[in-house]
Ligand binder design. Structure first.
Ligand code: 13P
Length: 342
């Protein structure tokens, strides 16, 4: 099965009332972990790469690894998504490369750090929507700014400084025609999201619910949604790491989000923690080892376990074979004839 459009996966998720995890990758082992978890749980899957990941893997390596994934796992509907495109040019380069979905993060200026104006965001995102839909490619936009910094991209801060305004979200979706909308509700990228278990004061689920009420058919996206489980922190610290105590987004809150229009959930940090913990364990327990496979295999297994668990918790498990993939050429026609709601 070729790479499929994210719009189709999210439309199906909306029909089925479940969410789809979008997992970040930089290398072969991470792609393998995700595909194995998808096969084990029979899940459709979104694999995403940031600009940093594209640079790290020189783009072409990543793309060909993804083609290998579709060859080896033909039964799994798989999306290749650009995470946090910083400009229409970056999104265009991903579309040209074969990504089937792109995020235009116009909530920040092209430096990936400075919060932008609403007008700039609409303009940049609309431009990407035009170019992407002409190729059948899906577009995710963002309104409001996430906290933290990921791969050098982000407004920084604690996630509460630029929350999404529900009225502006409605205006943004109408003005741009995005397929999916990332919103800022207090989450942030990275391991240090909350200094204690989040409450309604720090994780604004009521804002999410208000946005869903106003935009009931828009696919909402939760970024910064790693749960940062204590068990994974403990493994790292047990084997020589120095993580400070921290809290992520509880899975129950994500599930509440899924009941209120969240269809895509971004997870990167949990997988990074799982990989690092597994590698540290081998380094501490078997200091004589020097074959990278001796630590990459357990790392891959540890990440697969986390991904499979999230796929089950988000509800995408068991849905891999629900539908036949719609070719991108057909998506182009649907966007033109507006059979896909925009
Ligand atoms: P985490 O850092 O919580 O995994 O978030 C990842 C993310 O939102 C990628 O865009």
């Amino acid at each position: 099965m070729p790479l499929v459009s994210m719009r189709q996966l999210l439309d199906e998720a909306a029909k089925g009332g479940y969410g789809v995890g979008a997992f970040n990758v930089n290398n072969m082992e991470q792609i393998q972990s995700i595909m194995e978890a998808a096969r084990e749980t029979q899940s459709p899957v979104i694999i995403q790469a940031s600009r940093g990941a594209r640079a790290y893997s020189q783009d072409r390596f990543l793309y060909h690894l993804m083609l290998a994934a579709t060859e080896l796992y033909p039964e799994i509907p798989t999306v290749l998504h650009l995470d946090h495109g910083n400009s229409p040019e970056t999104c265009q380069s991903a579309i040209d490369m074969g990504f089937t979905s792109v995020m235009m993060d116009g909530s920040l200026m092209p430096d990936g750090k400075t919060p932008s104006s609403f007008e700039y965001n609409v303009e940049a995102t609309r431009k990407v929507v035009e170019a992407a839909h002409a190729k059948g490619v899906t577009v995710e936009g963002e309104i409001g700014c996430l906290g933290g910094i990921e791969d050098g991209h982000g407004a920084g801060g604690d996630g509460l400084s630029h929350l999404t305004d529900p009225d502006q979200a409605v205006e943004f979706v109408k003005a741009t025609g995005v397929d999916a909308l990332a919103i800022a509700i207090g989450t942030s990228h990275g391991a240090y999201k909350f200094t204690s278990k989040p409450t309604g004061e720090t994780l604004k689920m009521e804002t999410l619910i208000a946005i869903h009420k106003r935009l009931p058919t828009t696919h909402l996206v939760m970024h910064g949604s790693s749960s940062v489980p204590k068990e994974l922190q403990d493994i790292i610290n047990q084997f020589g790491g120095k993580l400070k105590p921290t809290w992520g987004v509880p899975v129950e809150e994500i599930q509440l989000g899924i009941r209120n229009g969240v269809r895509k959930i971004n997870v990167d940090t949990d997988n990074r923690l799982a990989i690092t913990g597994a590698i540290r364990k081998v380094f501490m327990e078997k200091p004589e080892e020097f074959d990278p496979r001796s630590y990459m295999k357990p790392a891959r297994e540890a990440m697969k376990k986390v991904v499979a668990q999230r796929m089950t918790q988000f509800g995408q498990a068991g849905h891999a074979k629900d539908y036949a993939p719609i070719p991108l050429t057909e998506m182009v026609k649907r966007y033109q004839s507006e059979t896909v709601a925009v």
